[in-house]
Design a binder for this molecule. Structure first.
Ligand SMILES: [Zn+2]
Length: 139
């Protein structure tokens, strides 16, 4: 069993293997169809968490590129523009893929928070863009 093959028991929420016919913790019978559905949901949650971490890291990196611009102007600008375009596209993709998932999973809640942090980091970027254009116009 890979880590992707575990899911929470529908009865007691302990983590069990997808091939289990009975929960080893609460001994509830596991319906194979329900297990498959729960496993599918768990996979989507895992993907949502990974994608949200990448998204938040990229949004953080975007602000590093603002600092890089003071040292290496051109490289910094290219990286800034690239991440400024990529962050909202990834937010939209995340929302399309995982926005409608219904779950109490704490990791998924954390993933939603990371998406919100990425959005909050992205919102002020038009101001940075204006500042860059003003500086470019002067030189
Ligand atoms: Zn159980």
């Amino acid at each position: 069993l890979t880590p992707q093959s575990f899911f929470p028991c529908p009865n007691c929420a302990e983590t069990i293997g997808s091939d289990a016919r009975e929960c080893k913790y609460c001994h509830a019978q596991i319906d194979p169809a329900a297990a498959a559905a729960a496993l599918q949901l768990q996979r989507q949650i895992n993907e949502a968490c990974n994608d949200a971490s990448t998204l938040r890291n990229l949004a953080g990196f975007m602000w590093v590129t603002v600092v890089i611009q003071f040292i290496y102007a051109t490289i910094g600008q290219v990286l800034f523009f690239g991440s400024m375009i990529a962050v909202p596209l990834i937010i939209i993709r995340w929302q399309t893929r995982y926005g409608r998932l219904v779950t109490d999973d704490v990791d998924f809640k954390a993933a939603r928070q990371k998406r919100n942090i990425a959005l909050a980091l992205w919102l002020p970027t038009p101001l940075v863009l204006i500042a860059i254009l003003v500086v470019m116009g002067r030189s």
